[in-house]
Design a protein around this ligand. Structure first.
Ligand code: IVH
Length: 672
């Protein structure tokens, strides 16, 4: 067959078999036969439309979806005290809480337009996920059409029944969670599990174009049921002191966890009232109105076989323990973190010791106890993750603490419990900072291997060099084709414009994660102002921001100062967009003081003010914008009056704060 004819034949075949597979669940050829067609077409005509746009629905993983409502994380707790703390922080007397099992699967957002499933996306970074509509449609209990012609975004977890896992997949995967995300993101049935073996359990719904049809979360869950979507089971707590019952609920679930239909890793507690949620607001990372209580971690014993030292992005040289393979919570573990030198000393461990390890959910496993010298029996009957037998001998000796950086051989310095390589130009630090930059900015296809190849070939030294690469430099690298090189350039181009918070986060400074980076960016609003602070400011200016202490302020200043050249160079290459001031709202830049006896607890009022962008201060001065005065307000009220400060009642304040608007009695109500 001539070239053009062959391409046409392949394109038709891919289209035909894909239609059968996805839309009729009736494939006529095997996955590998399909892959062969796909690969040949990819080889002959990589830009062929069929490979890139699949009618209205792209292949999973090929298109990123900006979440209209970001998919946030939850604050975590593990103890009874964490529940008590959550309730005291979020309750203002007599609140109602809703609890649901925390399902351990893969989060999914389903966008319905006029009741029709329009798009399904993974959580991804929380801001952007991957389009997985094709696979989501294969999940049996995800309806293509709701019982109501409504626009909504349904959020939930895709899980696999444990019975299905045991029956079909135990051999191929250590846990159902990995299978769920794999099944959603697979391209053409090339994953380990079939999407039709998954179940969707909803826990939230958002309405892009109208006010919610209810004022409580629990009512929304009932509404979802009527609309044709199955929510995760829920329970309401509404006594004066609900914490005791909530703690009791975690104990109940700890007992029934193993016999439950799906894998769960805790209980999620949430305030039920949507208006109260609004008033409590969010941190940059999680809502203040919810707590994910996680089951205590799982523990097991193993043997310490050796310790490797690795220099990280921030220069900390971390000990990683190699242990005899051990299953903990369904996963075979062979490497565990020892955090820092201080931890090695605290545990007093030696090579050849028996150790207790712990693993909680997706957290990196760690050693928590030294159980003394191991014996050969402790090494018996152990298997690697791939099922092969472990063979190893016992050796006994001290853990050697390095004096020189394992990557660049420079002298190491002890800082508190940490061993550090202070050289920013250390190879390991450079490589890790570069990968951190690319990972934080979600550049697909630019990983550790490519960064190493670029470094080894002398094509880059700093992050700024990434943006100077050209096509021929990249495509000449081993295993890098023409197409992949273009993809790398495309991914880099996407990050030529960044907002300040993402920029600061991606620099990878110690302690400056997304939350702190956002807080700091909202404070300074522009890189220019931030650099002025570096040049002449005081650390104190930063410590006035909620959540930033002396230590972080000093570390931040130091981190920026050390990277000053890089920042200057980068700001000439990429565009760094100014940040909106913190918690922008109707009270932006306004200061409030609260006094007198009020109907709501002071904390609730203060949070509502902060959430609307205002600042709450403790005393009255001429700089104060508003005094919120309740009954029996005393000296503060008279002082405010004499200074001419504006005085509001509590109800005047709450009239100003945009309460979530209630839906008028419409369409939704008769369905509740
Ligand atoms: S509520 C603002 N409820 O846990 C976020 N999340 O750690 C509202 N999850 O990304 C989430 N079961 O994927 C909620 N019953 C449940 C859940 C649940 C599992 C997951 C969810 C989320 C993660 C947060």
């Amino acid at each position: 067959m001539a070239g053009a004819e062959r391409i046409q034949h392949l394109a038709d075949a891919v289209r035909y078999h894909r239609e059968l597979y996805y839309n009729h669940a009736a494939p006529e050829i095997s996955d590998s036969e399909f892959d062969a067609l796909w690969d040949e077409l990819m080889h002959l005509d990589p830009t062929n439309d069929v490979l890139h746009q699949v009618g209205p629905e792209p292949l999973p993983g090929t298109v990123k979806v900006e979440h209209q409502f970001p998919m946030r994380s939850l604050d975590k707790g593990t103890s009874d005290e964490d529940i008590v703390h959550f309730v005291t922080q979020s309750t203002f007397g007599g609140q109602r809480y809703l609890a649901q099992p925390k399902l351990d699967g893969s989060a999914l957002s389903l966008e319905y337009v006029a009741g029709n499933l329009h798009r399904a996306a993974t959580r991804g970074s929380g801001e952007r996920g991957e389009d997985v509509t094709l696979n989501a449609k294969l999940v049996a209990n995800i309806p293509s059409r709701l019982n109501l012609p409504i626009d909504c975004h349904v959020r939930g977890e895709v899980v696999m029944p444990l019975a299905t896992f045991e029956e079909k997949y135990r051999e191929v995967s250590p846990n159902p969670r990995n299978l769920c995300s794999g099944a959603l993101r697979q391209k053409h049935g090339d994953g380990k599990a079939e999407a039709s073996d998954l179940v969707f359990c909803a826990y939230d719904v958002k309405f892009p174009n109208q006010t919610p049809p209810a004022t409580n979360d629990s009512e929304l869950l009932s509404w979802l049921q009527k609309a044709g979507i199955e929510p995760a089971p829920w329970q309401i707590f509404e006594s004066d002191h609900p914490q005791n019952e909530m703690i009791g609920y975690t104990k109940e679930w700890s007992l029934k966890r193993s016999s439950y239909e799906f894998e769960i890793d805790g209980i999620v507690f949430k305030l039920d009232d949507l208006a109260q949620r609004e008033n409590l607001g969010m941190t940059a990372h999680h809502p203040r109105w919810a707590l994910a209580w996680k089951f205590p971690s799982q523990e097991a014993n193993s043997v310490l076989l050796g310790v490797d030292w690795q220099t990280g992005r921030t220069g900390a040289v971390t000990p990683v323990a190699r242990i005899a393979p051990q299953m903990v919570g369904g996963v075979t573990v062979e490497n565990v973190t020892l955090h820092n030198v201080g931890e090695v000393e605290r545990l007093g461990i030696k090579i050849g010791d028996k150790v207790k390890i712990t693993r909680r959910g997706d957290v990196i496993p760690k050693i928590i106890e030294n159980l003394g010298k191991a014996s050969t029996i402790d090494l018996e009957n152990r298997f690697h993750a791939d099922g092969t037998s472990f063979v190893g001998d016992l050796a006994f000796h001290e853990v050697m603490i390095p004096k020189h950086c394992p990557a660049c051989d420079r002298d190491l310095t002890m800082e508190g419990a940490f061993l550090r390589c202070l050289a920013l130009e250390c190879d390991a630090r450079t490589a890790r900072s570069l990968t951190y930059w690319c990972r934080t900015l979600e550049m697909d296809g630019i990983g550790e291997k490519l960064i190493e190849a670029l470094l080894e070939n002398g094509l880059i030294v700093t992050i700024a060099d990434l943006y100077k690469l050209n096509h021929s430099q990249i495509s000449e690298l081993e295993r890098m084709g023409d197409k992949s090189a273009y993809n790398v350039l495309d991914e880099l181009a996407k990050t030529r414009t960044l907002n300040l918070a993402r920029f600061l986060h991606a620099l990878g400074m110690e302690r400056i994660g997304p939350e702190v980076a956002t807080t700091i960016s909202q404070h300074f609003t522009s890189l220019e102002k931030l650099l002025i602070w570096i040049d002449e400011g005081e650390d104190q200016e930063l410590t006035t921001i909620d959540g930033i202490g002396d230590k972080v302020a000093a570390i931040f200043r130091d981190g920026i100062t050390k990277r000053r050249n890089l920042i200057d160079e980068l700001s000439n290459i990429i565009t760094i967009i100014d940040e909106a001031e913190s918690a922008s709202g109707i009270f932006d830049n306004k200061s409030f003081c609260i006094t007198g006896s009020l109907s709501r607890p002071r904390k609730e009022i203060a949070l509502a003010i902060k959430n609307a962008g205002g600042k709450v201060v403790g005393s009255v001065s001429s700089n104060l914008d508003v005094l919120v005065a309740g009954e029996k307000a005393g000296s503060k009220l008279s002082k405010a009056e004499s200074l001419g400060v504006e005085i509001w009642t509590e109800s005047a304040l709450f009239e100003q704060i945009a309460e979530p608007k209630r839906a008028p009695k419409t369409l939704f109500d008769y369905d509740l």
